[in-house]
Design a protein around this ligand. Structure first.
Ligand code: ISL
Ligand code: CA
Length: 537
């Protein structure tokens, strides 16, 4: 499998800049704020930071609507701040990957403005038509918006995010130029937003479906594979990059094609199947009961399918993992530690999302008025059209909105959680009083310190960073697997339920876990217990 890549042992930490740390009191996180927390991240053991978009943007989708690919959003700071962030991080041995959002631009991007002004060169950067097709959108809104000229433009996300036309070679040249621009500044790679949908075979009508009508025309197209191969050959391979793709609606087989080492496309992909473990008919707004067994089955399937998956349990688009797969009440701490242990002992490259390391929970929003996300806004409108009551809409949106993961990071217990001296752009969770970095730094047994220890453990374990993965049969709601390298075999035990579970214990020595030795049992796993047991082989 060729030479060893630098990122194979890395732990990645995702920063959503708007919510991370505000340095100037405007209520919005920024680059100087991130710089001020680099030591914190170093201390945690992070090797790579994935920065959600920091480019100029009108901010309708918090930066996922880019109006200038080669700049820095003044809300976040200056290009000098970005360069300082890169060099300070580098001094600490931390690499930075940036978000690359190239399925669409903002409608306020120069290219789109030129297109609207009638410049034929730029009209061909996007999709215009006199008659909209029947495609469905990701955000529950329409996919075609009328321009002042009377024609329509296409957008799979909000109307502020017109899709780029990747059949146009000029778009390829523009974007590869952007990639080089940032790689030359010293960043280490990209997280590629919705990368498997960028190439549209055509904009013909699609077969009618419940969601995303039209997707057969753009999901995992040959054209997309072709583009990825060219990005890799022309740009990425010339730098020592790590490229991870956000790939939606992929099966294991399709995913394999996108990140197979020999095909030279992406290095790793994010799959979503485990995020939908509790969605009804794949629609996250309509939840059904979460079943740990189902989660285990899905993760196991992907562990077997991919050589090196990107593992994550939460991100800026998902609810918090303790709400999703754990417990926010009496087992909050135990379950957060269990999820840490699980995420960090699977095969592949682990991603930790800001705040996950202190067990942050979903937002404690009071009403729909507290929600800022454009997806929530559009879905609320769609639900209104379907005549859902306010009470129901409030319930569905508050528990699933992406804003749940976007509340300001809780640095301490002060009024605005140490995030800002001003008014935070999104409501700070009241539980900052006890869920915060400062308190957890002082507590030897905190979730934060558990993360530190688990990251450290992982770094020193060939079985975890390089070993073979194998699932072991187990009772209900318990995930047991082995990680095995040359002289080391580890049994990883995860009780994903809130009650004791009788298990057969293999191996010789318990070397890591989220319960104290005197609380452990030789026959049972305690609620949300996580254990690593070493075995002599
Ligand atoms: O949240 C989702 C799945 O639960 C999706 O609707 C999500 O929008 C999709 O996964 C794509 O996400 C990415 O592209 C979007 C942006 O809003 C998200 O923040 C980003 O991660 C458009 O750029
Ligand atoms: Ca700020």
């Amino acid at each position: 499998t060729g030479t060893k890549k630098w990122w194979k042992n890395a732990v990645v930490y995702q920063i959503y800049p708007r919510s991370f740390c505000d340095s100037n009191g405007d209520g919005i996180g920024d680059l100087p704020g991130i710089i001020s927390k680099l030591n914190y991240l170093k201390n945690l053991g992070v090797d790579v930071i994935w920065l959600s978009p920091v480019y100029p943007s009108p901010g309708y989708d918090n930066g996922y609507d880019i109006s200038d690919y080669k700049g820095i959003n003044p809300e976040f700071g200056t290009m000098e701040d970005m360069e300082r962030l890169i060099s300070r991080a580098k001094r600490l041995g931390i690499k930075i990957i940036m978000d690359l959002v190239i399925n669409h631009t903002s409608d306020e991007h120069e290219w789109f403005k030129n297109a609207l002004a009638g410049d034929p060169k730029y009209r061909n950067y996007y999709f215009f038509s006199d008659t909209p097709n029947n495609w469905g959108s990701f955000f529950g809104n329409k996919t075609w918006t009328k321009t002042e000229n009377g024609d329509y433009y296409m957008h799979l996300f909000s109307e502020k995010q017109p899709d780029l036309n990747w059949q146009n070679p000029d778009v390829y040249d523009e974007i590869t130029d952007v990639m080089r621009f940032w790689l030359d500044k010293g960043i280490a790679g990209f997280r590629c937003d919705v990368i498997n949908i960028i190439y549209k075979n055509s904009i013909k009508n699609g077969r009618r479906r419940l969601i995303l009508t039209g997707r057969e025309h753009y999901l995992n197209t040959e054209g997309c594979h072709e583009l990825l191969k060219r990005f890799n050959k022309d740009v990425w391979s010339k730098y020592k990059t790590f490229i991870v793709g956000e790939t939606i609606f992929v099966t294991p087989n399709e995913a394999k094609l996108l990140c197979d080492e020999d095909r030279g496309e992406l290095d790793a992909i994010f799959f979503f199947e485990h995020m939908d473990v509790d969605s009804r008919g794949g629609i996250k707004w309509f939840k059904k009961q979460y079943k740990p067994n189902k989660l285990i089955k899905i993760i196991d399937k992907w562990q077997n399918a991919l050589e090196f998956p990107a593992n994550y349990l939460e991100n800026h688009d998902q609810i918090r993992s303790v709400n999703h797969f754990g417990n926010t009440k009496e087992y909050w701490e135990k379950s957060a530690k269990l999820l840490c242990g699980l995420n960090l002992s699977l095969k592949g490259i682990p991603f930790i999302y800001e705040g996950e390391e202190i067990g942050m929970t979903n937002g404690d929003f009071i009403g729909l008025r507290d929600i800022k996300d454009i997806e929530s806004y559009n879905v609320n409108q769609a639900m209104k059209r379907l005549l859902l009551t306010h009470k129901l809409r409030r319930k569905l949106i508050l528990r699933t909105s992406r804003d749940n993961a976007r509340t300001p990071i809780q640095w301490d217990s002060s009024e605005n959680a140490g995030f800002t001296t001003g008014t935070p752009w999104l409501r700070v969770n009241e539980n900052k009083s006890f869920i915060n970095v400062e308190a957890e730094q002082e507590d030897e047994y905190s979730i934060l310190n558990f993360y530190k220890q688990m990251i450290e453990f992982r770094k020193n374990s060939k079985a975890i960073t390089e070993g073979v993965y194998r699932r072991v049969a187990a009772p209900n709601d318990v995930y047991i697997f082995t990680r095995e390298a040359k002289e080391e075999r580890l049994y990883i035990y995860c009780n994903l339920s809130s009650s004791n579970r009788h298990v057969e214990f293999y191996g010789d020595r318990i070397i890591f876990g989220n319960y104290h030795a005197y609380d452990r049992d030789n026959f049972y796993l305690k609620p949300y217990e996580f254990r690593i047991v070493a075995s002599n082989i």
